[in-house]
Design a protein around this ligand. Structure first.
Ligand code: BTN
Length: 331
């Protein structure tokens, strides 16, 4: 009911809506309307009560409430169900639990804070309250398990496109799935999969975007490596609107990949890449080597030409852009 009241107030943004009108439209008492409005105020909605005129919605909170995301969402199915909690250990863990319980394809888990955010290669991911967009998407793709990496590349393109729509932001993708701004890490993506031989049950794509994390929030050694979106943004943005945009891009790219194949997504990925053409250092599970990043193949694997001319496919590990070729410090 509260959401329907909010919806009515949103539709009348800029003009007051009387309690009587709300109670008539929703078939509830005026006292019930008043009680719901009080709760909306405690949730951070700025609603002015104007005597004899009604309620006026002045401002919405910068929260990742499902209704705030839904207010901007243009998707058909992705993000149509959102699980929100103020604090979780890791949104990926929550998403995996919900996926194991049979949640719908396209479910999104979002939190204001993560107490035990997870990064790649068993690293942690700092996720302070309200200073980022920490979320996970459950997908049940018709791809083979060995193609799951495509979901990560697709997610990276969806995020890069959305953050670059904020004026002043020129973010790039570092293979396979880091998004860098001014050479420093803005976004990390951690994809986890549950599969059987030849069949993906689900993938959970966990995405962390630093929006207002401050240097002092990080341990000293990470300060030069990380960046937040507000450092480059030349116009205000809300996290909920940005998230809705990302989900819209993801759905579009996912449907393209499903119906037309992956080539158009790889082309988009190449446009945002800061890895291709660069000298890189590859730390693979079994060896470390240097070379030139040539391209990505049809599976999204990085092709690196070593000094002896041999071309290696990078399947797993870390790739850093070598100092001579990078403008600022991130590896
Ligand atoms: C990386 O190491 O670059 C990947 C970081 C992924 C962080 C995100 S935040 C939301 C989701 N939940 C997690 O615990 N991790 C991912």
């Amino acid at each position: 009911m509260r959401q329907r009241i909010l919806q009515l107030l949103r539709q009348h943004r800029g003009e007051p809506l009387s309690g009587e009108e709300i109670s008539r439209q929703l078939n509830i008492s005026r006292t019930a309307v008043w009680k719901h409005v009080q709760i909306l105020k405690t949730e951070g909605y700025a609603i002015r009560s104007l005597p004899k005129k009604g309620y006026l919605l002045l401002d919405v909170p910068d929260k990742l409430y499902p209704q705030e995301i839904a207010a901007h969402l243009k998707t058909k199915w992705l993000g149509r169900k959102i699980y929100y909690e103020e604090k979780v250990d890791s949104s990926n863990n929550v998403a995996k639990r919900l996926a194991n319980e049979g949640c719908p394809d396209g479910l999104v888990v979002v939190a204001e804070e993560q107490g035990a955010g997870k990064g790649r290669l068993r690293r942690g991911w700092l996720s302070p309250y309200g200073k980022g967009i920490w979320f996970s998407v459950v997908l049940k793709p018709p791809f083979l398990p060995q193609e799951a990496a495509k979901c990560t590349l697709l997610a990276a393109v969806a995020v890069a496109k959305a953050v670059n729509s904020v004026k002043g932001v020129d973010a790039k993708i570092k293979w396979p799935n880091d998004i860098l701004l001014k050479g420093r890490k803005l976004v990390g993506i951690l994809t986890e999969m549950n599969a059987e031989f030849g069949h993906i049950n689900y993938v959970v794509i966990g995405i962390g975007i630093n929006t207002t994390v401050q240097p002092e929030d990080y341990p000293e050694e990470l300060r030069p490596l990380a960046v937040s979106l507000h450092e480059a943004a030349q116009e205000p943005f809300t996290r909920a609107e940005l998230l809705a945009k990302i989900l819209g891009n993801m759905e579009e790219l996912y449907e393209t990949a499903t119906w037309e194949g992956f080539a158009p997504i790889l082309d988009e990925w190449r446009k945002y890449s800061c890895t291709l053409g660069q000298q890189v250092k590859v730390i693979a599970p079994d060896s470390t080597y240097f070379g030139t990043a040539l391209d990505i193949d049809a599976e999204g694997l990085l092709l690196v030409r070593k000094a002896d001319g041999q071309v290696e496919k990078v399947v797993a590990g870390d790739v850093s852009i070598r100092p001579a070729a990078r403008p600022e410090a991130y590896s």
